[in-house]
Design a protein around this ligand. Structure first.
Ligand code: ACO
Length: 191
């Protein structure tokens, strides 16, 4: 995804971690013009993700990121975009207090790390970029995919989880979150 400004200037790393401060570096925090551009990138990616998932409205935008305690991992490609770089996709995660049903239908309260939004640009899907982002996040958060919850996962994302992490058997829930068998093992939970 190309932008009329220098993506490499905004995001120095291949994968940047953005939070409420919307900053990829101390420099961008101190430069309102760069903050505007970072917001434009997040908004555009959020819109594209919503469109890809046929959602009525984006679940990711710069203003939402500023008001919620979530983390957004943004993957760029340094070489494309005529040397200015381009945005490849993003993964947004955050902790949520959830009321879940275990395998026996017993209510369990938990606060797992959740995947809230995930998008790779259309023409770049199925090239391994999603896996690169996801595995980076797992390392950064030091978490296993089976211990995470997934907010309204799309068919493509379910196929992704099955292929890369052998997550196939979900435990039925009454909300939009999906958790897989193994989620409730070794979990200290409040019943
Ligand atoms: N149809 C079926 N499975 C797909 C598709 C597709 N069009 N695209 C990706 N996958 C799955 C498959 O398992 C695929 O393996 P395969 O090609 O051998 O069948 C695997 O993902 C490929 O892995 P990556 O290349 O690492 O994944 P990718 O870079 O495509 O990223 C993602 C996966 C983020 C789901 C991407 O396809 C995408 O952006 N899709 C559209 C938006 C979307 O559905 N996002 C998830 C929203 S749900 C949520 O965020 C909680």
């Amino acid at each position: 995804m190309d932008f009329p400004f220098d993506i490499n200037q905004l995001f120095s790393e291949r994968i940047s971690i953005l939070d409420q401060n919307l900053s990829a570096s101390r420099r961008s925090m101190e430069r309102p013009d760069l903050q505007v551009q970072i917001s434009a990138v997040i908004d555009e990616l959020g819109r594209a993700s919503a469109k890809a998932q046929q959602l009525a409205a984006p679940v990711t935008s710069a203003s939402k990121l500023q008001s919620q305690n979530h983390q957004l991992y943004l993957l760029k490609d340094r070489e494309s975009g005529g040397g200015r770089g381009s945005a490849v996709g993003f993964l947004k995660v955050g902790y949520k207090k959830l009321f879940l049903l275990d395998q026996h239908g017993v209510h369990v309260e938990a606060e797992p790390l959740c995947v809230l939004d995930f998008y790779i640009a259309e023409n770049l899907q199925r090239h391994g970029y999603g896996l690169e982002l996801f595995s980076f996040m797992l390392q950064h958060k030091n978490v296993e995919p089976v211990l995470m919850a997934y907010d309204r996962p799309s068919k493509k994302f379910l196929a992704f989880l099955a292929k890369h992490y052998c997550l196939v058997q979900s435990v039925p829930q009454v909300n939009n979150f999906v958790v897989f068998e193994g989620f409730f093992l070794n979990r200290s939970a409040v019943h």
